[in-house]
Design a protein around this ligand. Structure first.
Ligand code: UD1
Length: 363
């Protein structure tokens, strides 16, 4: 049996790592990279550091407006699928690569499994919300990371094709966290030639959502908020996504500010190290909110909604999308009650996902 994984953007490479490991030896696994992310720091570094097999096909679609980008992927993927004829296609998360692969496969009658199915922000202005809803409804197998995701799928009439497997991000985070520390330090050194971690207490920050970067007034408010965090006694280490740099430059909003250190994006082991050493997190990333919770780091999320509500209800994450300038006070005010709750699974989600795929698609 052949399963084809289609990935294209940074968080998908991280999720591919435990899936590739769990699929190895159980079926023929083909990896297709759409090329949505192409900078070495956004793509190659993950394959190198997480020991992911090199993609069997690379489509090189690159950046473009959403319609053009999705359309180019759809056309290129159709050719690959017709040539390779996999028994099932595995898609990850909620990016344009996810939607394109799903559409290409279902139109050729090839079954689709969706990993990270059932998440909902209920924010219809986010492209990811449409990508995940459309993917879930087209998929033959919805692999849900949380009980909340299962409830969403049931409410939408998709319960009979849903399996709760847990979250593969937990698998990869725990595996990397538990690797030998000196090995990780060496990997980080090779990746960036010097540790980025400030020697004083610091808050780790990432920003990349268009809702925060693309309007100069909003971007100014968010960066004023970060500057206030930096002035409150903890350095802000801002890992700047290419879009953030580009928009800050074109709108004349300064990223370099007192108390804020700007650095390039990092690979995954280095991110885990930096997160482990941080006093807190400011982000608009879905993955980092959850990783902060899993390593028990207080987090404020620069959005008004989240696909990971458990981080908020358990008291470790607060949504500050309405008033980003207040993020310093809101981060300081988080109570972060101790908890042994495991809403994101036990670190064995990838094996369950493979079991579910082989059971559904035959193996
Ligand atoms: C995409 C996903 C988002 C995910 C994020 C992780 C969609 C709709 N969005 O957003 O869900 O959280 O990936 O990072 O699929 N760029 C580069 N180099 C690269 C990649 C991008 O310079 O390697 C720049 C380009 O200017 C590009 C912009 O970043 O136009 C945005 O990239 P894109 O892939 O469209 O979306 P992301 O914002 O990265």
């Amino acid at each position: 049996m052949q399963i084809m994984s289609v990935v294209g953007a940074r968080p998908q490479f991280v999720k591919l790592a435990p899936m590739a490991r769990a699929l190895a030896g159980r079926c023929d696994h083909v990896v297709v990279h759409t090329g949505q992310h192409y900078d070495a720091a956004m793509s190659d570094v993950f394959f190198d550091e997480l020991d992911i097999p090199r993609p069997d096909e690379h489509l090189d679609v690159g950046s473009a407006p959403h319609g053009a980008q999705t359309g180019r992927m759809l056309e290129a993927l159709e050719g690959v699928l017709e040539r390779r004829r996999p028994d099932a296609v595995l898609v990850y998360g909620d990016t344009n690569s996810t939607l394109a692969a799903t559409l290409a496969a279902v139109k050729l009658g090839i079954p689709v499994a969706h990993l990270e199915a059932g998440l909902r922000s209920f924010n219809r202005s986010m492209p990811e919300e449409h990508n995940r809803v459309m993917t879930d409804h087209a998929a033959d197998l919805c692999l849900a990371p949380t009980t909340g995701a299962v409830e969403h799928l049931r409410a939408e009439g998709l319960g009979d094709r849903t399996v709760l497997v847990g979250d593969v991000m937990t698998d990869v985070l725990f595996a990397v966290r538990d690797r030998d520390r000196s090995l990780r330090a060496e990997e980080a050194r090779i990746a960036s030639s010097a540790s980025l971690a400030p020697t004083s207490p610091y808050v780790l920050a990432t920003l990349h959502r268009p809702a925060n970067t693309d309007d100069p007034e909003r971007l100014g408010d968010v960066l004023d908020g970060l500057e206030a965090v930096g002035r409150s006694g903890r350095t802000v280490l801002l890992l700047a996504h290419p879009r953030l740099r580009a928009r800050a430059c074109s709108s004349g909003v300064a990223l370099d500010r007192p108390g804020v250190v700007v650095a390039p994006p990092v690979g995954y082991p280095e991110l885990v190290d930096l997160l482990g050493g941080a006093d807190g997190v400011v982000t608009d990333s879905g993955g980092l909110q959850k990783e902060a919770f899993l390593l028990r780091r207080p987090c404020v999320t620069v959005r008004s909604d989240t696909e990971w509500p458990e981080t908020v209800t358990l008291g470790w994450n607060e949504l500050v999308g309405d008033r980003p300038v207040e993020m310093a006070e809101r981060l300081a005010g988080l109570t972060c009650p101790q908890t042994d709750a495991t809403p994101y699974g036990d670190g064995r989600a990838a094996t369950r996902a493979v079991d579910a795929m082989l059971a559904r698609f035959g193996g």
